[in-house]
Design a protein around this ligand. Sequence first.
Ligand code: IMP
Length: 443
Amino acid sequence: MTVTIVGSQLGDEGKGGIVDLYGDAVDIVVRYQGGDNAGHTVVEGDEEYKLSLVPSGAIRGKVGLLGNGCVVNPRTLFDEIDGLRDRGLDPDVRVAQRAHAILPYHRVLDGIEEEAKSDSDLEAGTTGRGIGPTYEDKVGRRGIRIGDLLDPDVLRERLEYVVPYNRAIVEDIYGMEAGEEFDVDALFEEFSEYGRRLRENDMAVNAGEFIQSRLDDDENVMFEGAQGTSIDIDHGIYPYVTSSNPTAGGACTGTGIGPTTIGQGEIIGIVKAYLSRVGTGPLPTELKGDEESEDLAHYIREEGGEYGTVTGRPRRVGWLDMPMLRHATRASGFTGLAVNHLDVLAGLDEVNVGHSYTLDGEEVFTMPPTTERWGDCEPNLRTFDGWPEVDWEATAAEGYEAIPENAREYLDYISEELDTPIYAVGVGPNRSETIVLERPFDR
Ligand code: IMP
């Protein structure tokens, strides 16, 4: 069967921990979109692994596959694999031949465009990893795919078209000097070497076929979305979005497995118990503007370690936004929820939730389709009594009923509003700090 993991908010909901939680029963973990803009931390005993490309299951001996919907920077990929090998692991990572490669010039273009947009406040606050420009080349039908790296003749032919094209953008449109990142010979040398390594290690695969043959053998497949619904290129707060589809539909187009198969499995929405955001754009439930709110934001940021995994930037913080979650639940069709970081809110007197918005004097329950209108929304808050700090590991060991009553009320509210059961509750970063109500692969 399949389980698809989807971020229901703005990314950084703790998806990696949930993938890991159900990981024992999984044979393959498949990423279906994004690239090294994602960051996940997996804690195993005293060891902490910070990964951006290698799927988290791969550190536990599972096959990790990067699907065709991903954009793959081979430099990052091999750095991560080599780093894990140095720590005594032997990750089995495969890459779809249809996935697109991020080349060094994509990062340069990412930086230039963000800078150019900043005058008009249109910059997305990207991670600078070249994600957008790589997807642009993909959709513009001039990208370089992982399969192209395997064939030197094809690679050279592609480079000879796309590099001058992108060089012209830098030089003729932005009037800047294009550096060594635009040197066809150097790129050919470096990237054909990655191709050789991919081929020798049997890493480049036909993803759809690879996954389907495992499903035919009754193996369990986890589809791991990166980022979150509200930064989805179609369903997010455009233009402050990433350039791919974290929503569940992306699991189909990004792997080559049809919606009928994925729809027969489970689709789990990962919810952080509050909101955090790197990057720009409106955020109606943001904690800011007065001293009390700023203090609360500071408290939650510190308690929750709300600093970007990839960039280290401090994240903006807000209350849980229910219209955002209703939108996410519909767009991906969640069958279950995992609510993370409940412990971070412990110790507050009161916990607020944006239950709905007021827009033009009307109460609305889901996100408006334009970001500007979303920015016009005033949240209608609901207040819950706070819950105390407890020994969360002991609570997790005892189970759901051991969660402080006020926190359970908060969870029940979320579940009822979204008409979706809660499968897991995260109360700390370790596996032993998650309360598991459902194990979808074991049914
Ligand atoms: P990009 O994906 O680097 O192009 O960045 C586009 C937008 O998505 C920016 O607002 C980033 O901050 C945001 N973003 C990208 N990846 C992540 C992530 O893994 N977590 C949270 N936000 C992300």
